[in-house]
Write a protein that binds this ligand. Structure first.
Ligand SMILES: [Zn+2]
Length: 142
């Protein structure tokens, strides 16, 4: 074997090594992705298990009471924030079906239930209150 054919072989072998390494790398990357997918799957199962455990045991004296309380607090916070959103949007929930309805709507647009009328602020009443206070102030000064 002369120098050039040896060199040719070497280059070919290096080429094979690179190709093999690339295959290994992509194989590892794929396996890592598969592992990640399985880990995510396990996480989802844990969440489902936790949820089922919570639903079955809420309100009971369980060793995980701290977590139970945290979940309930977070749920209350969510309810408060959802109410805030309704307030900002000047809307409310239908007591029958839970659909969002405008504050001024008389009927639910989803189930048709008659909604209670929201009492608006009457500026006249406020004026009268102010007048009453003014009168009191005048009386005190006398
Ligand atoms: Zn409704």
């Amino acid at each position: 074997m002369d120098f050039f054919s040896k060199l040719g072989d070497t280059i070919a072998n290096v080429g094979k090594d690179v190709t093999q390494k690339a295959k290994d790398v992509s194989g590892i990357a794929k396996l890592k992705l598969d592992i990640k997918a399985k880990e995510d799957f396990i996480k989802e199962q844990y969440i489902e298990l936790g949820k089922a455990y919570y639903e079955k045991n809420k309100g009971m004296d369980v060793p995980e009471k701290v977590q139970f309380d945290r979940i309930e607090e977070a749920m209350e916070d969510i309810s408060k924030m959802e109410l805030l959103i309704l307030e900002i949007k000047k809307a409310r929930r239908c007591p029958e079906c839970g659909a969002e309805a405008a504050e001024t709507a008389e009927f639910c647009s989803v189930c048709g239930k008659k909604l209670s009328i929201v009492v608006e602020d009457y500026p006249y009443e406020e004026e009268e209150i102010v007048k009453g206070e003014a009168a009191v102030t005048v009386n005190t000064e006398d």
